[in-house]
Design a protein around this ligand. Structure first.
Ligand code: SF4
Ligand code: SF4
Length: 391
């Protein structure tokens, strides 16, 4: 029995024992033709490289029969946190949480991070952003004209998120324009910090709490009753993790832009004036669909755009295939991330849409790169851009 064994509660250990090693967690449902769906398994197709396989590793780590190692790290960090395993296993739940526990266990046993992940961590601690380089001004995308729109008594606080602030800035510009067109008073802040999701992926705890506390205080002080997000990972972390990290509920409502604008459809306040000839295939981001159960809202909003034809992936909604951008995969294993995005782009091109649309800056970035590297000619846009163009 190893002294540095993984400690699991009796409840968790018993739950893991219920895993029947069927491997269904790596595949979609019957409606999806049981197609492969787990990114780890796609990259390395053996049972060990599935959520079920990792559950067995957690069991033997608890029993002291598996030592912490770099090879275990390399397996765990292929996980994108896409939650497809949880959606497809009818026996147990909580696989992603157990994967996270294993990562924490590696940390406490001084297994070093992959180089790319160590850089992300260094950047976060130094810049409050997972990126290096020009990161002093989060609001650089905001024009002087838009700055005038910032309200001192906002209804909505736009939590821009790192990817929309520094990489996919058209999304931030589009959302600010949409709020202006809909007469929604909003504010935002250059003192926003990363939502903390990367700390969570890296198996860290204290930093998650500190970052959550800063962001909640910032939004609370703005007086807004709604925190609005273009990034579904941010909105998921606020809704699902912040209350447990902080030990209290949020003092405002957290909403992803797709559900926020869907409420305008219900009230008859979303009037699209520009007709389009586009045929659009919608990619469900893992953290919006499986993570927050938001599938219909983006489709309902997009279907209001006159002339727009909606197409669907064979792997859609609960069976959506991860773009490869989650779980810090691009920082740890960029080639695998590209491979997954390329695979998704091929799936899109089979349906011959004129545009692939998602509602996540990470999906947009990764799908663009994946399509380019797979030599698939398909345009990628975000939901907010398409809505803004059509309003
Ligand atoms: S985690 Fe669930 S789906 Fe996966 S092998 Fe175990 S029982 Fe089967
Ligand atoms: S979260 Fe996604 S990548 Fe990770 S084990 Fe589950 S299905 Fe595989």
């Amino acid at each position: 029995m190893s002294e540095n064994r993984l400690h699991l509660s009796k409840t968790l250990y018993t739950a893991i024992h219920k895993c029947i090693r069927c491997g269904q967690c790596a595949y979609g449902t019957q409606e999806a033709g049981y197609q492969p769906i787990c990114p780890i398994h796609m990259a390395r197709p053996f049972f060990t490289n599935t959520a079920g396989g990792i559950m067995q590793l957690a069991r033997v780590a608890h029993e002291g029969k598996l030592a912490p190692s770099k090879s275990l790290r390399d397996l765990l960090y292929l996980c994108t946190g896409c939650e497809a395993c949880e959606a497809n296993c009818s026996v147990i739940t909580g696989q992603v949480g157990i994967i996270n526990m294993l990562k924490k266990w590696l940390n406490t046993n001084s297994v070093p991070y992959l180089k790319g992940h160590q850089s992300v961590l260094n950047n976060l601690l130094k810049n409050k952003v997972p990126y290096a380089g020009r990161v002093e001004n989060r609001l650089e995308w905001l024009t002087a004209e838009m700055k005038k729109e910032i309200s001192s008594s906002p209804h909505v606080f736009y939590f821009v998120g790192c990817a929309s602030s520094f990489k996919e800035t058209e999304m931030a510009v589009s959302l600010a324009n949409i709020l202006k067109k809909l007469d929604v008073p909003f504010s935002l802040s250059g003192d926003e910090w990363c939502c903390g999701a990367p700390f969570n992926y890296l198996g860290l705890g204290k930093e998650c709490k500190d970052w959550a506390s800063h962001n909640v205080e910032l939004i609370e002080n703005s007086g807004a009753s709604i925190a609005l997000f273009t990034c579904p990972t941010c909105s998921m972390i606020f809704k699902k993790n912040y209350p447990s990290w902080l030990g209290r509920g949020l003092p405002f409502k957290a909403m992803h832009v797709t559900e926020f604008l869907d409420s305008f459809v219900g009230e008859g306040r979303l009037k699209f004036t520009h007709k389009t000839e586009k045929s659009v295939i919608y990619h469900d981001p893992c953290h919006l669909g499986r993570g927050q159960n938001i599938y219909d809202a983006p489709r309902r909003v997009l279907s209001q755009i006159p002339g727009l034809e909606m197409k669907e992936f064979a792997l859609n909604r609960e069976n959506s295939f991860c773009c490869g951008g989650g779980g810090l995969l691009p920082a740890g294993f960029p080639r695998v991330a590209d491979q997954l995005a390329g695979h998704r782009s091929v799936q899109a091109s089979e349906k011959k849409p004129s545009l692939m649309v998602s509602s996540c800056p990470g999906c947009k970035e990764n799908l663009k790169l994946g399509a380019k590297r797979a030599k698939i000619r398909i345009k990628v846009k975000d939901f907010t851009e398409l809505v803004n163009e059509s309003l």
